[in-house]
Design a protein around this ligand. Structure first.
Ligand code: F0G
Length: 348
């Protein structure tokens, strides 16, 4: 098989992105679609359930799909510096692709509210990291102003080129499944990803899936129908009170005959632990929101899983947020380095 060389190499002809410069790529995309029969038995009996494991992208999240496109475009446009606001994953991804292209990168993050693995990434890739005393929404407002007033390229998903990269996930799922699933379940924060999937499914000849969007209860503006001034959730990646692509999210939900709902932090954390324990797939808490929402809809009777093919998008890797993994967990047992001591705790 030909070597995988990233999304623009594979799908560039179907993406609106500059082709005047070589793609800036880390060979992102081509992530596995993993069958999840044990999780299906637990939360959606009778369904064929799959996990689109986007945490296996080069910087550990789906953001790399959009970033290969946005940074390639920025290079073609002659930018020297890129900027984004971020709950963490966009920051790490922008920093990595900017490094690859030799561009400077500035990331604006909400103080104290981003997972340590994401911050570590942004720093390692050499970005200038600025924390603000405010939310992601404040950050996005600020970086938009900076991009308006100075020659830096904005690489948040308000930049349409980002969606051109992210829409490719829809086509990968169709290729892997041989069709569209009946349902696509995913977390919704700034609503770039739900918008991008919908573009992808619309640019295919196959039937379109129904979309289940899931927000965190303390950050659920689309569910509530109004912005949330002070969003709060343990799912920090989707701690967003006024999504930039709100309108597109509503269109995707309406046109797909889909649903949007809020899951509580407890429900999200339970789904996060369940998918790791039942399937050996470790995602970050926000990524499990789609699973939590699916479980909720099946329980309430809003979604009948029997005979349905369902894809849950796991947007980011579990190692991004090690603190959430160990929070509230008992420390490992410590024993003397003797066979008898180990045998005693193992009960043999
Ligand atoms: N899942 C993860 C792991 C994310 O990092 C994000 C968004 C989402 C889901 C939601 O995607 O915003 O397109 O609706 N993270 C952004 C960031 C906001 O800055 O990394 P969305």
């Amino acid at each position: 098989m030909e070597q995988w060389k990233g999304l623009i190499h594979r799908y560039g002809a179907r993406m609106q992105v500059a082709n005047s410069v070589p793609p800036v790529t880390l060979f992102e995309g081509n992530t596995p679609l993993i069958p999840a029969p044990r999780l299906a038995a637990a939360i959606a009996p009778g369904s064929q359930l799959f996990l689109k494991y986007e945490g296996l992208n080069p910087t550990g999240s789906f953001k790399d799909r959009g970033m290969t496109a946005a940074i390639t475009q920025a290079v073609a446009d002659g930018a020297r510096t890129v900027i984004c606001a971020s709950t963490g994953n966009t920051a790490a991804s922008a920093a990595a692709y900017a490094a690859r292209a030799g561009l400077a990168c500035v990331v604006v993050i909400p103080e104290g509210k981003i997972a340590v693995g994401k911050l570590a990434g942004a720093i390692a890739y050499g970005a200038k990291v600025v924390a603000i005393k405010g939310s992601f929404d404040d950050g996005l407002r600020l970086v938009r102003e900076v991009a308006d007033k100075s020659p830096v390229a904005l690489v948040n998903s308000v930049n349409p080129v980002r969606l051109q990269g992210q829409k490719t996930a829809a086509w990968e799922i169709q290729d892997q499944l041989g069709k569209s699933p009946d349902w696509l379940c995913l977390p919704v924060g700034n609503a770039g990803n739900i918008a991008a999937y919908w573009i992808g499914f619309n640019e295919s000849d196959l039937a379109r899936p129904r979309i289940l969007g899931v927000q965190a209860e303390g950050a659920a503006p689309i569910v509530l129908g109004k912005p949330v001034l002070r969003p709060e959730t343990k799912a920090t990646a989707i701690r967003i009170g006024n999504p930039a692509r709100w309108g597109e999210a509503l269109i995707a939900l309406q046109e797909s005959n889909g649903m949007i709902l809020a899951a509580s932090d407890d429900e999200i954390i339970e789904a996060y632990r369940q998918v790791a324990r039942l399937e050996g797939v470790f995602c970050e808490p926000s990524s499990a929101a789609g699973i939590a929402g699916l479980a909720k809809c099946v329980k309430s009777g809003a979604l009948h899983p029997d005979g349905k093919s369902i894809v849950c998008v796991l947007t980011g890797h579990g190692l991004k947020d090690p603190d959430s993994a160990v929070e509230g967990i008992e420390k490992p047992l410590t024993v003397e380095a003797k066979f008898e001591s180990l045998a005693r705790v193992l009960g043999i």
